[in-house]
Design a protein around this ligand. Structure first.
Ligand SMILES: Nc1ncnc2c1ncn2[C@@H]1O[C@H](COP(=O)(O)OP(=O)(O)OP(=O)(O)O)[C@@H](O)[C@H]1O
Ligand SMILES: [Mg+2]
Length: 433
């Protein structure tokens, strides 16, 4: 039984890299928490601080409600599994799994029983006598997990344990891992940059970017109500369509959202319209996932956007149409992109969202200016200063549809599935619905 709490935890490495920036996170007993984020965002550093392999620069790591900053790793009752796990090549599978028990001075008899139990739970009961070199990659990873579990840790830390495996094995093992840790009731913190892994395995997901925690919630919460534009763009495939919209309020009737030459009308009885109405006369970001868009007949009456297909992508089970609707896209930089030294945070004040947003309409390479006093850059720039580039609205179609690039297409919009963000990239309708 273990709980973990991080209180304002920051890690600055000697060279000035801010790997983790004021993180607050509570992990409940028995919970499966996934830390998700692109390469270099600080996931491993968080895990290593919890394990005691790295000291926080400031802040507190609490285990079971007690300050653990000075607790040596061996006293933390933690087991860790890495991507680059190493098994002892000269030992059998059984001896590999039993090794931590042997170190702990546990008698051969119960030791053997525990090894058999763990091995059969992991589906490697029949290869206990083999050497690691005689195993497949998936089996080897199971042995590494077995070796970690066998000591019955209170807390399980896993750092991308599946990333060396092929996709079929990954899917199989991720179901097994989440099943097993839940069965054992072990609190688990699992690091990945794979959103599918996060959404399928987690009780809750914590999404990081450049050392900063962006959002924490159940998979349904972070996917359905992302707290920031970054989270909205990070989760989901195809990416959420993010469009610039001008807000105009027709009191007691509806709120007009102007997207280029077209408009959508948010009815006044939609409770979110009060939050959006606050931005009367201003621009916001409207997010719509592909599942909020349905192709309809051209004369469809209702909430609809008209466009022309710029290109099609065929994925076998579905096709995606990318529509030119005459609106302006917001592009979220660096989402999932491999980055070297990405977490080299500059000014702390700019650490939130604005800094990473770059308008597709912006002049390439030219940094946006921070608004005076605000400290965070706007994602919506002055239209006069920039070239405009149209949005490509991703719409799901049946596989190999009877339409082609250049064809017109009308799509109905599920208004209740829209997301709204302010110019700094924060969700607008917090607290509503
Ligand atoms: N010992 C160190 N000294 C200086 N910088 C470091 C050190 N360890 C990590 N970093 C930097 O801290 C940042 C976070 O690193 P971390 O390994 O936690 O990222 P990550 O999210 O685990 O990335 P990945 O998905 O690639 O494993 C990176 O910019 C990394 O270069
Ligand atoms: Mg890492």
């Amino acid at each position: 039984m273990t709980t973990v709490a991080l209180k304002d935890v920051t890690k600055v490495f000697r060279d000035g890299t801010v790997a983790v920036d004021s993180i607050n996170l509570d992990v409940n007993d028995g919970e499966f928490m996934v830390l998700l984020g692109p390469s270099g965002c600080g996931k491993s550093t968080v895990l290593r601080m919890i394990a005691g392999l790295e000291d926080p620069t400031t802040g507190a790591v609490m285990l079971n409600g007690e300050l653990a900053n000075d607790l040596p790793p061996r006293d933390r009752k933690i087991a860790m599994v890495f991507q680059d796990f190493a098994l002892y090549p000269h030992m059998s599978v059984g001896d590999n799994i039993a090794f931590p028990l042997k170190l702990a001075g546990i008698d051969p008899n119960p030791r053997g029983e525990r090894v058999t139990d763990v091995a059969s739970a992991l589906g490697i009961g029949d290869v206990l006598g083999r050497r690691p070199s005689q195993l497949s990659g998936g089996q080897r990873q199971r042995v590494a997990m077995g070796r970690a579990i066998v000591r019955r840790p209170g807390l399980f830390l896993m750092d991308e344990p599946l990333s060396n495996l092929d996709s079929g094995l990954r899917a199989e093992l991720r179901a097994e891992i989440s099943g097993l840790t839940r069965e054992l009731g072990v609190t688990t913190i699992y690091v990945t940059h794979d959103q599918a892994e996060a959404l399928t395995m987690a009780d809750r997901v914590a999404i990081m970017r450049k050392g900063v925690l962006q959002d924490v919630g159940t998979p349904t919460q972070v996917y359905g109500r992302p707290a920031t534009l970054y989270v909205a763009a990070f989760l989901g495939s195809p990416r959420m369509n993010l469009l610039e919209a001008s807000v105009y309020v027709h009191l007691d009737r509806y709120v007009t959202l102007t997207l280029g030459e077209q408009a959508l009308y948010l009815p006044w009885d939609d409770i979110r319209s009060r939050a959006v109405a606050h931005y009367h006369g201003e621009r916001i970001v409207v997010g719509m996932r592909a599942e909020a868009l349905t192709p309809v007949a051209p004369d469809f009456q209702g909430d609809v956007l008209q466009g022309r297909i710029r290109y099609l992508e065929h994925h076998g089970h579905e096709s995606l149409a990318f529509l030119d609707i005459g609106a302006t896209a917001i592009v979220v930089d660096e989402v999932g992109a491999p980055t070297d030294g990405e977490a080299q945070l500059g000014q702390r004040g700019l650490r939130r969202f604005g800094q990473v947003m770059q308008r597709i309409t912006g002049r390439a390479g030219e940094p946006e200016e921070a608004p005076t006093g605000g400290g965070r850059t706007s994602v919506l720039h002055d239209p006069g200063r920039h070239h405009r580039r149209p949005a490509e609205l991703a719409v799901r179609l049946a596989p190999y549809p009877a339409v082609a690039a250049g064809h017109p297409l009308a799509v109905a919009v599920r208004m209740d599935a829209l997301h709204f963000f302010d110019e700094r990239g924060d969700r607008i309708d917090v607290g509503w619905r």
